[in-house]
Design a protein around this ligand. Structure first.
Ligand code: AMP
Ligand code: GLY
Length: 424
């Protein structure tokens, strides 16, 4: 069966590598892909939002399964268009991807079905939001309703900061139409955990947990980014917490979506905060996390295509997900200046070693081949260096040593990925 993967980041590279290991995989294509993905798949120059072209390509190549990795095409309804053309697709339809696409929708869903989350209010009008802030408790969290590249969340310590935030989101439209509506919610404290799951509309199967590091600088300083590094599993995600989430969050979410006439098929990513009062949902995503996929998928023992097909066919209950009894750490190598201003086009060297060493992975995010065929940097997040180890400490040591194999101009990384696990 030939496969088309839609997306171009480190997550799609991790998906492509898992697909390439599958006994069911024929030829693998990726649209648009990147330089690293081109080692395992044929990259085709079609953007993830070019729905018509993607549908024609999939029809022409008689693609057996399309895997949509990114949030924008999912929320925009690419799955519906592919299905309408008779193409099997892994990922939620538009009416289910709204779980990620609208924070107001997901908060209302959680409230209606009693799924634990932060207390909140939704606003369509800036004046009303500003009035609400006069009597609110601080810090407080402002969220643009729609997709904003993971940047539409503002944590405000004072009423003044929050008022500025409302204007930024709703009046200056810093996040575009994503800010036509906003959610204002209670600030929660605790450790964050990312839990990814496969869902077939009815049944949910949980993958091994992970933790992301979202801020650009060491010790969680600096701006929010797409993610600077991850580890899996999270030692803070205990069996007790898992039991609680299975009881009150995971199946409840899947059932709520089905009840609403929006059956969810694909990956639900639960962003959880482990608060003193128990785990609460920070956010839902309708796809694999990036860079969570880079530490979770290399540890998965199952054939990924078998699991994805079971999701599409509604027989996920027949599958038992299995993960290696080890750990993985991913350190993102970024361009100095990310997430704001950075230079691109620097030659990247030293990647050969990843081909030779078992348990080490170099997932490409922002890379390309220039006109001379040289591999160069082409984005803020450039590479995700992942290594496995017997435990988290060993995996962390391995990942950091592998970051030294790679050279490129303006290479930047956080030095403290997984430091919290060192305390244990
Ligand atoms: P989100 O895109 O909703 O995951 O938010 C991005 C980041 O903002 C999260 O990973 C948290 O670190 C933080 N955040 C979001 N909502 C809250 C909240 N209610 N309380 C504290 N931090 C939050
Ligand atoms: N790493 C967070 C995300 O993929 O949204």
């Amino acid at each position: 069966m030939d496969i088309l993967i839609v997306g171009s980041g480190g997550r799609e590279h991790a998906i492509a590598q898992s697909v390439a290991k599958s006994a069911r995989a024929g030829k693998i294509y990726c649209a648009p892909g990147n330089a690293g993905i081109s080692r395992v798949a044929e990259c085709v120059p079609i953007g993830a939002m070019e729905f018509e072209k993607l549908v024609s390509f999939a029809k022409e190549k008689k693609i057996g399964l399309v895997i949509v990795g990114m949030d924008d095409p999912l929320v925009g309804g690419l799955v519906d268009e592919l299905e309408a053309a008779g193409i099997r697709t892994f990922g939620p339809r538009k009416n289910a991807a709204i779980l990620e696409g609208s924070k107001a929708f997901s908060k209302d869903l959680m409230k209606k079905y009693h799924i634990p989350t932060a207390a909140y209010e939704t606003f369509d009008d800036a004046e009303e939001a500003l009035r609400y802030l006069e009597t609110a408790d601080y810090p407080i969290v402002l969220k643009a309703d729609g997709l904003a590249l993971g940047k539409g969340v503002l944590i405000c310590s004072t009423p003044e900061e929050a008022q500025d935030g409302v204007r930024t989101i709703m009046e200056d439209k810093k996040f575009g139409d994503a800010g036509n509506r906003m959610v204002i919610e209670e600030f929660m404290t605790g450790r964050e955990v990312s839990v990814l799951s496969f869902v077939d509309g009815r049944t949910i199967q949980i993958m091994s947990s992970a933790q992301d590091h979202k801020r650009a600088g060491d010790n969680d300083t600096g701006l929010n980014t797409g993610g600077m590094g991850t580890f899996s599993p999270s030692p803070f995600y205990t069996e007790e917490i898992d039991d609680y989430c299975r009881k009150y969050i995971y199946q409840a979410t899947v059932d709520a979506m089905a009840q609403e006439g929006r059956p969810f098929q694909g990956v639900i990513f639960f962003g959880l905060m482990l608060t003193e009062k128990g785990p609460k949902v920070l956010e839902y995503n309708a796809r694999f996390g990036d860079p969570e996929a880079q530490v979770v998928l290399p540890r998965m023992k199952n054939d990924i295509l078998e699991v994805m097909e079971a999701c599409i066919d509604g027989r996920l209950d027949e599958i038992k997900l299995e993960f290696e009894d080890n750990a993985a750490v991913c350190v993102v190598l970024a361009s100095e200046g990310y997430p704001l201003h950075y230079e691109k086009g620097f030659a990247i060297t030293g990647l050969e070693r990843f081909e030779k060493e078992e348990g080490y992975y170099c997932f490409h995010a922002g890379t390309k081949f220039d006109e001379n065929g040289t591999l160069v940097t082409n984005g803020g997040r450039v590479l995700g260096i992942t290594a496995k180890g017997a435990d988290l400490k060993k995996a962390r040591e391995n990942a950091y040593s592998a970051t030294e194999w790679v050279q490129f101009g303006n290479k930047y990384m956080r030095r403290d990925i997984g430091n919290t696990i060192m305390e244990l």
